[in-house]
Design a protein around this ligand. Structure first.
Ligand code: IPE
Ligand code: IPE
Ligand code: MG
Length: 245
């Protein structure tokens, strides 16, 4: 396990710690099934793993962690499962509001919050207010998030600004400023546990040059050691961005 703290940008660069890590939190249901438990027990275990991994990212000097917790497609699941996930998110947001400042972890919600219950919307709003007071490491939780949905929302907002004379000619940089991730560097490393090798509509715009790491480990079993392995593989990659070395 990497135990030294790499808190400055220079130290992080040298150590090869990615500035921004994105993770698709997948495999909760299968983790529970293997244990003869209901799928929802997997989601509860997955929430604990998120806590542990987020703190570990903070400690090793990652600046941003973006996790996929509930997609725009996940509404297709059985009502009871969706309800349980929403209850867990409610509990998690309450805790985040209490602990963000103490833990030095700024939490942001990415996604179409208007599609969530009024209670969750209010919590997301409070969490945002608290996050404004926190400096340093930032964890973004994607809730009711879809990459295409995000792009369509951004395009609509840009069109409105253009029509009212508030926006100029569209560039990649300007378009990025309409996304949930405005002002945040693109992910360097995208991790998908759970064995699938697909994006499932996650960060379609932002992952243009991310390095991908797939593992069969199910999300609730994901450990800091597994994150170290992903980072070691990331370090060995040659990022050319279309150029030559
Ligand atoms: C990821 O785990 C959590 C959500 C999508 C909400 P899954 O629930 O997809 O777990 P598997 O893929 O069925 O094992
Ligand atoms: C992706 O996992 C979405 C989240 C982890 C929130 P899914 O389990 O929904 O993805 P698919 O259905 O296997 O593509
Ligand atoms: Mg899944």
């Amino acid at each position: 396990m990497t135990d030294e703290r790499n808190n400055t940008a220079g130290e992080r660069e040298q150590s090869g710690i990615p500035r921004h890590i994105a993770i698709i939190l997948d495999g909760n249901g299968r983790w529970a099934k293997k244990r003869g438990l209901p799928r929802t027990a997997g989601h509860a275990a997955g929430a604990e793993t998120f806590r542990r991994i987020a703190l570990y990212c903070r400690d090793i000097g990652v600046d941003y962690l973006t996790v996929y917790a509930f997609s725009t497609e996940n509404w297709k699941r059985p009502t009871e499962e969706v309800k349980t996930i929403m209850r867990l998110l409610d509990k998690y947001l309450h805790e985040a509001i209490e602990t963000m400042e103490r833990d030095g972890m700024k939490m942001r919600i990415f996604g179409d919050v208007s599609g969530l219950s009024p209670e969750l919307q209010a919590l997301a709003h409070t969490a945002d207010t608290v996050a404004d007071r926190v400096e340093g490491f930032q964890a973004n939780i994607c809730l009711n998030y879809g990459g295409r949905d995000e792009i369509v929302h951004a395009a609509r907002r840009y069109a409105t600004d253009l029509a009212s004379g508030k926006a100029g000619e569209l560039t990649e940089e300007l378009f990025s400023s309409y996304l949930y991730s405005a002002g945040i560097p693109d992910p360097d490393l995208l991790i998908r546990p759970g064995g699938e090798q697909r994006l499932s509509n996650f960060l379609l715009w932002q992952c243009a040059y991310a390095e991908f790491y797939f593992t069969d480990v199910l999300w609730p079993d994901f450990t800091p050691e597994e994150l170290d392995r992903a980072i070691a593989v990331f370090r060995s990659r040659d990022r050319r961005y279309g150029g030559v070395k």
